[in-house]
Design a protein around this ligand. Structure first.
Ligand SMILES: [Fe+2]
Ligand SMILES: [Fe+2]
Length: 196
């Protein structure tokens, strides 16, 4: 299915009702709010708003899967499932979600699939759509941890600047909890710090 098909009003409505029926109410609300925020960021940065909305809506489609389901679905993308993932299978919900969109919904758009795969931790080499999702997932208005000061600090930043701010917010949070950081997130940090 190409993007004109899966971003059509009919298909978006179908995805919306699927998510409403399969996710907890709060996760569904977060998904809808992330979709709205994706659309706003796409408008701001001149990206395809329908594609961004759909990607935001669907991004947590596998977030409530069991550990076993997460490992099984994620491994279908052919990349290794790391010890780190097995220790914390929720990290796999992005990769698993990408495979659900591909295999259950026929979505082949690589930018959408990559955006879902990368959204959990961030990774080097993300394209615009993945960056929009990464930022929107963190700043959507239903998120409790976002302060007006943090949102104000994003004003005037370009998309990479926003990704960096969000990434540092996550890394600082993990550090404060004494939790380890996924190497993929550190690769993204390095990439952004060395970008011209
Ligand atoms: Fe997620
Ligand atoms: Fe999310």
């Amino acid at each position: 299915m190409n993007s004109a098909d899966f971003t059509s009003d009919a298909f978006v409505a179908k995805m919306d009702s699927y998510l409403k029926n399969h996710l907890s109410p709060s996760r569904y609300e977060h998904s809808a709010s992330t979709a709205d925020t994706c659309r706003a960021l796409a408008a701001k940065f001149g990206y395809d708003q329908k594609l961004a909305y759909f990607t935001g809506l669907a991004h947590d489609i596998a977030r409530e899967y069991s550990k076993e389901e997460l490992v099984e679905w994620a491994s279908r993308d052919g990349k290794p499932v790391r010890d780190l993932d097995l220790a914390s299978p929720v990290l796999l919900h992005g990769r698993a979600g990408a495979m659900v969109l591909k295999k259950e919904f026929g979505i082949e758009d690589q930018d959408v699939l990559d955006a879902l795969s990368a959204h959990t931790t961030g990774t080097a080499g993300m394209k615009s759509l993945a960056k929009i999702l990464f930022v929107a997932d963190y700043i959507e208005p239903k998120r409790k941890h976002i302060t007006p000061e943090f949102l104000a600090s994003l004003e005037g930043l370009d998309l990479d600047g926003m990704v960096y701010a969000v990434l540092m917010g996550t890394l600082n949070h993990l550090a404060s909890k004494g939790k380890g950081v996924d190497p993929e997130a550190l690769e993204l940090k390095q990439e952004l710090e060395h970008a011209e």
